[in-house]
Design a protein around this ligand. Structure first.
Ligand code: IPD
Ligand code: CA
Ligand code: CA
Length: 264
């Protein structure tokens, strides 16, 4: 890895440490206690254990930093200048089904902007990371978004709706509209890895509604540093941690936006 700022080193170390128990847990899924958080949304003891290790490691270096996490909520709320944004397991449903498509995702935000991020799939041993101004990497190799020019040739990825979603019909009809106009659409079940895969050119673009900030914080900087475009649509200022994201290579961004806005 050619990125070696203190923040990246810290996040990387925390991910590697937390991933040791995560890999063990993945090998023993049937023994994990599963608690339901609501329809279509589960939290396992592995989520909580992983998050605890990540928080402990990051706090050793910066006890005063704010932290936004999926499982614990907000820590050091008054510090909005320096914040870690943590999803201990993005892709819990895959994890629970022994599908090795999940990742630890950690972003570091300074003055409201994501400065660096790491997304680590411990089973595939793939670590995506980026730092503003210094490029994006997959393990030791620099990554870039694809160069696909035409939306009709694009291979896209998306996700949702969640079990409890109130806009399922809207999401399904959007999916149909987009699918009819592109090469194909995949659903892999980890928003963080979906964006990382756009960043390294495996997919040409990604869109999804009803995400949380921790699903995508690290992915935002990784995609931008890989030459991609990210923005948000139909933002609701009353729930700033909820996001509808559009993340693509630069060539197909406008076309995908038009397809999403198109009504049948
Ligand atoms: C979920 C995954 C999934 C996405 C859901 C997220 P979780 O995160 O990113 O791909 O479709 O909206 O909630 O619950 O596995 O951390
Ligand atoms: Ca998530
Ligand atoms: Ca999660």
């Amino acid at each position: 890895m050619r990125l070696n700022s203190p923040q990246i080193n810290l996040i990387t170390r925390a991910c590697l440490k937390a991933s040791r128990s995560l890999i063990r847990d993945f090998g023993e899924i049937e023994n994990l206690q599963v608690l339901s958080k609501g329809p279509g949304d589960f939290v396992t003891s592995a989520d909580k254990r992983t998050e605890k290790i990540l928080i402990e490691e990051l706090q050793k270096a910066h006890p005063e930093y704010g932290i936004i996490t999926e499982e614990t909520g907000i820590i050091n709320k008054s510090n909005t200048k320096n914040r870690w944004i943590i999803d201990p397991i993005d892709g819990t449903m895959n994890f629970l089904n022994s599908v090795p498509q999940f990742a630890i995702s950690i972003g570091y935000e300074e003055d409201g902007e994501i400065k660096c991020g790491v997304i680590f799939n411990p089973i595939m041993n793939e670590m995506f990371c980026a730092e503003k101004g210094n490029g994006a990497y997959l393990n030791n190799s620099r990554i870039r978004v694809s160069n696909k020019k035409k939306i009709k040739d694009a291979l896209l990825v998306t996700g949702g709706p969640k079990g409890a979603s109130k806009i399922k019909d809207k999401i399904f009809s959007e999916y149909i509209n987009v699918s009819k106009n592109v090469s194909n659409v995949r659903k892999f079940g980890s928003a963080a890895l979906d964006i990382a895969y756009v960043a390294c050119g495996r997919f040409d673009g990604y869109w999804q509604r009803e995400l949380n900030y921790w699903d995508i914080a690290a992915g935002i900087v990784i995609l931008k540093e890989a030459g991609g475009f990210v923005d948000f649509f139909e933002e609701d200022n009353s729930t700033p941690l909820k996001k509808n994201i559009l993340a693509t290579n630069p060539n197909i961004h406008e076309d995908l936006r038009d397809l999403i806005n198109k009504k049948d």
